[in-house]
Write a protein that binds this ligand. Structure first.
Ligand code: AMP
Ligand code: MG
Length: 480
């Protein structure tokens, strides 16, 4: 295992050294074994006590080199220069066997110079939601940060009420956000901005560094990776909820989990964030906001690229997103070849779901079993407007008749693109309620189900049920 601290040492003027502050009766309650192995971390870290010591004993490499990073961000459209790691610390970077660099970041580690008036802590509720949410996305094939371990405690902290504090070790390629680059640009610290770019080329955008125009190549990569990520959010029904530019990763991965939600009923204008009544970050606003955020980031590239170059690069966003989205939706609908009917079929299907407020994930899963030639009415019976459904099914049948796939091949392919289990808010809430009583059994069971979202495993049937009435529109607070 190689532990490095390149950000803390190469960019020492952009960080502050801070020691992680342990919580009362801190204990590791979950370790992500497969991630631990993938990163090549020492086997003895699989022991909860050893991992706890690695995180908090004063002289371990993780605790010794911990730093808080400075950044800014556009929050709900407004520039805020006063952000930074207020409750998280970059502990170390691990270089895995394949040469990939991974940050280990401890969230909820106590106050830092960027905490402003807040306590530097995270509640158990939000820590569980981030752990489950990031792992759920990863296993669906949606780029995301990941969770290495969860630390529970007996320490109470105050939000709207008293809650238990916890911590999470988050893993991703780096913690570089759009807001890092924006901050050094808008504060006119262009020498530091330059060092941030130099660092990014050396450690994270090596392929771009060798291109004729490295800055254009880097911005292009960020634009395309972001477009692909958001296309996947839209296809799988994920609403991030707080797409401020400080929550946007330059690696095009889902990052900083707040009041996010997977859709239950398909409502295109769904808003998961209770603090966003205007719906700036609603489900169907996400593609547009992605571009808005990339525009904000591209300001930081203006010392290196002309306006025309930047505009040209940003124009790649929309076609990249639409191509990716189209491919996934085609696969979800079992449409094998590019056919003139495809967009009509996909759009009409989505419109029927939206009009009748049907469950997004469940209906796509039922679609896998639907054969327009069979006369089986199970899917048809889910709709109130049957004539509309019949028309759609007729067009589907005509289109499928021109495909090469056998029925079995098509079904199998569709089952691999339409998950049976997603992280519904009500499931996360059930896990949280139990965990707050000290029982993590449901957390582990749900995590196991989310790790195989496409499998037809009867053991996981209870996690594929639509929400009960109480769990339909849970209000998830932003204060975490
Ligand atoms: P977030 O809403 O988690 O994306 O955080 C926005 C900003 O507030 C970041 O600069 C965080 O570091 C900071 N922040 C959020 N919660 C806390 C907290 N409990 N203590 C200190 N800083 C926080
Ligand atoms: Mg954030």
């Amino acid at each position: 295992m190689i532990l490095e601290h390149s950000y803390a040492t190469d960019l020492s003027e952009l960080v502050t050294k801070v020691k992680p502050q342990v919580l009362k009766n801190a204990r590791v309650v979950s370790i992500n074994q497969s991630l631990l192995t993938q990163l090549g971390l020492p086997e003895d870290w699989q022991c909860k006590q050893t991992l706890l010591e690695q995180l908090f004993s004063a002289n371990t490499p993780l605790a010794q080199h911990a730093v808080a990073q400075k950044y800014g961000g556009h929050q709900f459209g407004h520039w805020n220069p006063d952000l930074g790691d207020g409750r998280g610390l970059l502990l170390s970077e691990v270089v895995s066997r394949d040469g990939q660099r991974w940050d280990l970041h401890l969230k909820g580690a106590g106050q830092t110079p960027y905490s402003r008036f807040a306590d530097g802590r995270a509640v158990l509720r939000s820590t569980i939601r981030e752990y489950l949410g990031s792992e759920a996305l990863f296993h669906l094939g949606i780029p995301s940060s990941r969770a290495l371990c969860l630390v529970a405690s007996d320490e109470l902290i105050y939000r709207e009420k008293s809650e238990m504090a916890a911590m999470l070790v988050r893993v991703c390629q780096s913690h570089l956000r759009f807001g890092h680059f924006e901050y050094y640009y808008h504060s006119r610290q262009l020498d530091k901005l330059q060092r941030l770019f130099d660092y990014s080329f050396e450690y994270h955008f090596q392929a771009c560094a060798t291109m004729a125009n490295p800055y254009a190549a880097m911005l292009t990569k960020i634009v395309k990776d972001t477009a692909v990520m958001i296309a996947k959010w839209q296809a799988y029904g994920f609403n991030h909820g707080v797409m401020n530019t400080d929550n946007m990763s330059i690696h095009g991965i889902t990052f900083d989990f707040g009041p996010y939600a997977f859709l239950d009923d398909f409502k295109p204008n769904f808003i998961c964030n209770h603090s966003d009544p205007q719906g700036r970050y609603s489900f169907d606003s996400q593609p547009g906001i992605g571009l808005w955020n990339l525009n904000a980031l591209s300001q930081a590239f203006t010392p290196y690229l002309s306006k025309a170059e930047i505009t040209g690069i940003l124009q790649e966003y929309e076609p990249t997103l639409l191509t990716e989205y189209g491919q996934i939706m085609r696969a979800k609908c079992g449409l094998e070849i590019n056919h003139a009917n495809n967009s009509v079929l996909i759009n009409e299907w989505l419109d029927m779901l939206a009009t009748e407020n049907l469950d997004y994930t469940l209906l796509f899963r039922q679609l896998c079993e639907f054969d327009p030639a069979s006369g089986d009415t199970t899917l048809r019976d889910r709709f109130i407007d049957r004539p509309r459904f019949d028309q759609w099914a007729l067009l589907l049948g005509q289109t499928l008749a021109q495909q090469q796939w056998s029925k079995a091949e098509r079904r199998l392919s569709m089952l691999g693109h339409n998950p049976k289990v997603i992280l519904r808010n009500y499931l996360a809430q059930q896990v949280i309620d139990k965990a707050e009583q000290g029982d993590f059994s449901l957390f582990h069971e749900l995590l196991a189900a989310l790790s195989l979202p496409f499998a037809d495993n009867p053991q996981h049937d209870r996690f594929s049920a639509p929400p009960p009435d109480w769990g339909k529109e849970l209000e998830i607070s932003c204060s975490s």
